[in-house]
Ligand binder design. Sequence first.
Ligand code: ADP
Ligand code: ZN
Ligand code: ZN
Length: 803
Amino acid sequence: MGSDESRARIAVLLPTGFPHVATYLLPAGTPPPPVGSRVAAPFGPRLLTGLVAPGEVPVVPEGTTEREIVAVLDESSFLPEPFVDLLLRAAAYYFAPPGELLRAAVPGRLLDLGEASYVPTSRSIGAPPLEGRAAEVLSALLEMGRATPLELGARLGSHGLGKALRALLDGGLARIPSEGMRAARPPVSRGWIARGTADDPRLARRPKQKAALAHLAALGRPASAAELRAAGATPAVLASLAKEGLVSVVEEDRPADASRHALPPRAVEAFVPTDAQREAVEAVGRALAAGKEARFLLDGVTGSGKTEVYLAALERSIALGRQGILLVPEIALVPGLIRRVVGRFGTRVSLLHSGLSDGERSAAWERARRGEVDAVVGPRSAVFAPLPRLGLIVVDEAHDGSYKQAEAPRYDARTVARVRAHREGAVLLLGSATPSMEQEQAARDGSVTRLVLPARPGARDRAAVEVVDLRGEPARAGDHGRVLFASRTVELLRGAFDRGEQGIVLLNRRGFSPSLLCRACGQDFRCTSCSVARTYHRRGERLLCHYCGDLLPVPRACPACGSDVLMPVGFGTERLAERFEEIFPEIPYAVLDRDAAARRGGAARVLADFESGAAQALLGTQMVAKGHDFPNATVLAVLDADALLSFPDFRSAERTFQLVTQAAGRVGRGDRPGLVAVQTARPEHEAIAAAVAQDHPRFAAGELRFRRTFAYPPFSHLLLALWTARELPEAEESARAGRAEIARLPRLRLLGPAPAPLERLKGVYRVQLLVKSDSREALAEAGDRLRALPVPPRLDRDPQSLL
Ligand code: ADP
Ligand code: ZN
Ligand code: ZN
């Protein structure tokens, strides 16, 4: 290295799966860029944009050649140090490469170099002559002054061009100046505007152009190309209009797009906050004013007005000059909440979620980063919203499992929110009618302050819950002994419909029915790579594996015995809809499930139909039970509470209790009382019984006892290690080696290795080891050791599902 010894090095967080931050040399004479600024760095054959990381520069391993930063892209830091630090901590905690967190947090476009151009440096003048391709490229560069690889390729051919450019960069003979690189520029949106009118004589014989221009002129605002295409104006039509000077493209900052995800506006009801609401807001307000970290659990029964507390708390934070984040389980499922947020904060709120295009997401993110919005609303990834003066993080439906990302990086937004609130001196407000056992225990031991909203405002009672016992209920012929609609359930729904009220039916399965069965031999059409039964989808007559997505056409005859009596057993939302039509032929209904949400208009349209009354019934999966506020819905039927209850997971009772209680929260929110019918064959089960009583403290008391006895969270911390292999013995062997590696570490309890509940998925065997500990440090040590193994497992810290 010689003279390089004295040169400055920086640590860089790159958006790759590289397990650490990387180290780079700074070009001679370049002042060290501040932490959080973006730099362009060579990585393998590519050039990447990374963030300058704080702290000690790691020691460079022996024998690695050090590379130099190619360009510093920001003059001042792009993200503050605590933000970069948050990503690094989260990466370490979840045993994830830091780059994975960077990619989860920062929109790709802000880390996208685009087509960089190259310029020759002064060193290239007196340099010893080069050979071959590099020499050609350098002389072309010297001649052109500045060129992109595309331009060089057009001139010299693309063969070996990348390698030659790399060699020139590494030798210091060429550089990439930062200005003009895409990642250094803030994103803007491009929109078309009208500059002429549709009665322009040039358009007399061009109906498409005429229509497009009329449309654009009528809009009276810039419109995106995608939006115009939907209105029939193709890029070719726009291009021909542009040639005539009748339209042109402008660039602008994108306005908040919140209205797209909101229910249609309705008159805001002004109400006087209840005493409990006022006290909760005051408590949060005092913590905000103190400007120090604080944590609250807003424990309020469904319909008690938690949203009002969130919004008032956000207003307090804003009044103190700080911004807030409102996390929700899923944007598409809360159009009513978005409407209220938009009604309150207008364009000072921005939505951040994965349904946005990368450009839209970047624009929303940039507005947040520049402090141009007061609040950000979004699902788990919005916990990384780069608000410069964060005062408050609200987590709505804080018990919801979707806050934990199921794929890598497997972070939990609630944990990240807690760390972030601590680092930035912000207030964390978790809200739920059914707090998780972790949250419940934290409130009991005082590590979060509980704020209670004990009742619904006004004289409204909570919905009653009635058990509909399925034992002894006769099944319909052809339903294979299973009951879809019990007669009592039908009676209750009919009552609501007759009174002109609305009903909701919840069945937690997609498709026509869960499976297809051969009545002659019992063949059940499992997915051969996942060991789970395929779901029968009547639309398209297909058998779908919901784990790996593999589709099979429905066979004419049983492949095992040749019989042609194949019949669907069990029920899914499609079958539910069909049966519903049979029983209630005159009732218009809408279906809400993943399939519906993926369709045009999505969940917001389905929910709007139900709100407007166009649909008198709403049928669907768990999605129908999440947080909606429909005053005219009075009866909700949970058809298969038992399905959740028998899930092989220690949280199955908690999930069942939450589902039934949340379901009860969806009805009786208006002036008329609500009723929930829970169909079950296990009415005596504590999760059902406590939900019927809507008694969270009672459920929590029993459930916490169980968790303590078996050392499950919140009384232990979990780490789930999973090994996969084409052959079972291979996966088992790796898992045994994993167990041996950590067997002697203190304060751990190891369960397994054992086949995962989903033993085979997508063609690979899965063997898992569950690590329990009362010490986070011990668990961290175990995870680090497992990660360093020759065959490292997939690690899931604080897993939400053990499947
Ligand atoms: P939660 O989020 O706790 O389930 P919401 O915030 O959705 O409850 O409120 C339930 C309903 O009660 C909403 O229609 C809301 O407008 C109404 N509401 C909230 N606070 C009050 C109040 N103080 N007085 C009257 N109605 C209220
Ligand atoms: Zn058969
Ligand atoms: Zn499968």
